[in-house]
Design a protein around this ligand. Sequence first.
Ligand code: NAP
Length: 259
Amino acid sequence: MIVSPNDLGFNEPIQGIILGAHGGVGEALAHHILAQAKPNRLVLTYRSQAIEAFVDHPSVHQYKLDITNESAWQSFTQALAINQQKFNLVFNATGLLSRTGNAQNSKVQPERALRDLSFEQMTEVFAVNTFGLGLALKYLCPLLNRRERSIFASLSAKVGSIADNRIGGWYSYRASKAAQNMLLKTAAIELARSHKNCICVGLHPGTVYSDLSAPFTARVKHTIFTSNESAQHLTKVLQKLNSEDSGHLYSWDGSQIPF
Ligand SMILES: NC(=O)c1ccc[n+]([C@@H]2O[C@H](COP(=O)([O-])OP(=O)(O)OC[C@H]3O[C@@H](n4cnc5c(N)ncnc54)[C@H](OP(=O)(O)O)[C@@H]3O)[C@@H](O)[C@H]2O)c1
């Protein structure tokens, strides 16, 4: 079936995967795509809790996936490969900035100063924001359509821009997102050879009301978006991109953020 370009710029129906679809931006994007683009298939992954709203949706398939667990990636991608259909959209909406502590784990808190750095915390933040994304690239890029337009987008963050770092702090989060940007850039170079119409990019959603941002929004002076507004901004950005734009980091308004 050929349809007019949908709001992600595809001429064909979307076969998509959203990682971290239980998160604020991930779930809003899933709602947006289901309402606007009528995908053939939308695979949603979650770590702790399936997304209630989509349990009976005929186009939605939900999988539990911890993106830091490589054997879980193997099982997940084996399950996806069963019907041999290729995907044209992968959107990574997972991320870690902070976490309250519990009996098993100490809390994760963005560092204000060097004295706050700990190996354990750096490892956990990098595991989600960097290594998990690396595994997503490894396991999902082979499932992307090689000939037609395809998108691999990952929610990075402006604070991961080394060039833009003026106020410091948040060492692990900043560094893990900067390293994520390098993984995306490097993958974009490789994908340009094998998937000529692929767009592999990082996205900064702006500041968005969500569990991730909630502890840190009290003193924010600029506009904070709802997750629905963010999903709309990000789809508009992706709609305008083509393969020549691959390998960069884009803000919610479409501007390029220097690495
Ligand atoms: N919100 C903002 O202002 C803002 C600004 C700049 C960049 N970003 C980026 O945007 C992305 C989405 O953020 P958000 O605001 O939507 O945050 P969120 O609501 O906290 O969503 C993050 C999601 O990541 C999932 N996740 C964490 N670790 C995971 C793991 N090991 N395996 C699988 N899933 C995992 C969480 O799963 P659980 O539900 O199980 O915890 C959660 O659903 C993040 O990468 C963030 O860095 C956000």
